[in-house]
Design a protein around this ligand. Structure first.
Ligand code: ZN
Length: 135
C-alpha cells in the first residue's frame, strides 16, 4: 500500500514538474485554482508544480555556491521532492499519511458509487474530515 501511494505521488509530481508547455501550465493552474483550499495552500501547490522554491538544489542550479546536502538527514541533495517525500525525516509520519490516503481513497470511491446509485452521500468537502476521524 505504501509503495502504491508513493508511486502515485511520484507520478503525479513528475507529471506536474515535466509540464512546461503554456497549455499544460494553464491547465495545472486551473486545477489548482479550483481546489477549495486556502490561497496560501494553492500558492504553495503552484510553486511546487513549478519547482520554484529556493531549495538548496535549486540554489545550486542558480550557481549559488552552497552545500546542497539536506539538513534533515545530512545524506541527500535537498530538492523539493526530497524535502516533502523522500527524506527520512519526511517519512517519519508515513504510516499516518498512508492510512489517511487509504481512507480518503475509500471515501471517494464509496461516494462515487453512492452517487451512481442515487443514494445520499457525503459532500466532497466532508471526505477529508471523515477520513481523518477514522484514521
Ligand atoms: Zn533529507
Amino acid at each position: 500500500m505504501w509503495s502504491a501511494y508513493r508511486m502515485l505521488m511520484e507520478a503525479k509530481t513528475s507529471a506536474l514538474l515535466s509540464s512546461s508547455s503554456p497549455m499544460s501550465t494553464h491547465r495545472i493552474w486551473k486545477k489548482i485554482w479550483k481546489l477549495k483550499f486556502p490561497n496560501k495552500i494553492r500558492h504553495f501547490l503552484w510553486r511546487a508544480a513549478k519547482d520554484s522554491f529556493p531549495t538548496k538544489q535549486n540554489l545550486r542550479l542558480r550557481h549559488i555556491p552552497i552545500d546542497d546536502t539536506c539538513d534533515g538527514c545530512s545524506d541527500q541533495s535537498e530538492s523539493l521532492m526530497h524535502c516533502l517525500w523522500l527524506c527520512d525525516q519526511a517519512r517519519a509520519g508515513s504510516g499516518f499519511r498512508c492510512a489517511l490516503f487509504a481512507m480518503i481513497a475509500w471515501f471517494l470511491w464509496e461516494r462515487r458509487n453512492r452517487m451512481r446509485e442515487r443514494q445520499r452521500t457525503w459532500q466532497f468537502h466532508e471526505v477529508g474530515d471523515k477520513a481523518k476521524e477514522l484514521v
